[in-house]
Write a protein that binds this ligand. Sequence first.
Ligand SMILES: O=P(O)(O)OC[C@@H](O)[C@@H](O)c1c[nH]c2ccccc12
Length: 389
Amino acid sequence: MEGLISLKSSPGTSLRSFPSFNQPPNSFARRFSMDLPLRRSSFPAIRAQQPGTISPKEEEEEDALKVKEWEVGMFQNEVAASQGIRIRRRPPTGPPLHYVGPFEFRLQNDGNTPRNILEEIVWHKDTEVSQMKERKPLATLKKFIENAPPTRDFVGALKAAHSRTGLPGLIAEVKKASPSRGILREDFDPVEIARAYEKGGAACLSVLTDEKFFKGSFENLEAIRNAGVQCPLLCKEFVIDAWQIYYARIKGADAILLIAAVLPDLDIRYMVKICKILGLAALVEVHDEREMDRVLGIEGIELIGINNRNLETFEVDISNTKKLLEGERGQLICQKDIIVVGESGLFTPDHVGYVQEAGVKAVLVGESIVKQSDPGKGITGLFGRDISL
Ligand SMILES: O=P(O)(O)OC[C@@H](O)[C@@H](O)c1c[nH]c2ccccc12
């Protein structure tokens, strides 16, 4: 429970006196499993009420729900921490006003400041998504999806490119800026860049949709889709809530990123199922052995991304891809027929050769190609030959 809100038994009380705290986190998580990803939408009616217009009974119910929500949040953090996840989903808060539990609570993080950039992004995303959800509830999104055109085969496109060129299939990233590198391209026209990538031989495209930290947008994703680009599109987003997957589907995504450093196993399982239902590919991103082992334990995963950039420190090291594919892990990946994508920090044909040798069948590249005046030619430079032929 490192760094999380700590729970201590008050003198004279026992853990047994409060059944939900008395169970291991996993069984708690199971009881609340459907609440975890969509937790914030669980009580919409109560959120919508105006203060002062509710009866005492309703107020009591609201308090009870606030306490329950808070408890779920506590256990969500606890389950995540038990899986080695250091990112807390939202800033720690004390218990709600009406909490009557047998514990003493203490905040370990004075000032509630995020501990690293990834945590800052996730906390901001939490607020952003809850606002977007109020404007466009899930039921509304589902109606749009009924009439949406079918998705394109993201994994199939990567496999086809790999067998056509003998090189890793390229996911070319449409990225204007990043917290670690600042602005990458001033004259940023997402559609023009996407067209140049497609012409240059990219198998798929990745489109950043985060606005605050990457200067991306869902409008960019939609514009690229509507411009007639044929490459399947990855929505590059920080997903913390299943609602975002439905939204990405409506905006034209064929695949979505799920980050294991942010999402506990239960969320990944649940979200991978939602992706299947919506016809989206899920690219599950890992950065270290522990995350890789967690993800290899989840059924139904077709695509794993190994990020060479640590999203908490920004350190980039392409030998990370090799390290995570060595030995039994690599064998298991082969047995399961999983496609591995080498992500970040790839600039030269030698870099591409190095990760290919390590076992990847696809690469995800942003900076080195988006910075070129002709991003399509950037692809030729990256691979050392024209891969559009
Ligand atoms: O620009 P680079 O170093 O080629 O990296 C691209 C891509 O891997 C990187 O943008 C990325 C990988 N995982 C992410 C998660 C969120 C945001 C961005 C990313």
